[in-house]
Ligand binder design. Sequence first.
Ligand code: GAR
Length: 192
Amino acid sequence: MSRLAIFASGYGSNFQAIVNAVKNNALPAEVVLLVCDKEGAKVIEKANKENISTFVTSPKSFESKKHYEEAILEALQEQQVDWLILAGYMRLVGETLLRAYEGKIVNIHPSLLPSFPGKDAIGQAFEAKVKITGVTVHFVDEGMDTGPIIDQEAIRIEHHDTYESLQVKIQSIEHSLYPNTIKKLVAGGNHS
Ligand code: GAR
């Protein structure tokens, strides 16, 4: 069974969706670790409630990104983690983790990449007045929301949509798309 570490910085609704999929036997994997770079983030409470180990650490307490990621890597190796699942981890992954987990790091982003990378992709799409946006799951490389696309799902922005209603739609797609995509990845199927 694949062992997943989820990386998150904030609320953790995707963390919870993945954990729920595992609990409902919809995702044959184990969530063994939460890696969080923000003390006090809501996602930590969710992990505690689910009895999932947490590694919470601020990059600021390390002299370099390399040292920060080496500490994370040690925790990942201790838990024999196979896959790194980024779910609202608002930080670029550096060389240390990219090298150690080549081809095994995935991210979810709330837009149809390559449109609207970076922060507040939902707001960016809303402001741009595009009619179609969506969700992307992709492999992680050294860029910001770049890397080969694994799966995408589109939604229409209706004239009556607000930022909030769009966010609800996007998140509801995320919560089913991400566990489904991870399921295919851990099964080792063809993801193109
Ligand atoms: C999600 O919408 C995710 O796609 C986004 O952060 C949100 C986290 O929500 N990620 C990015 O924007 C990555 N660039 P959550 O904490 O409720 O899962």
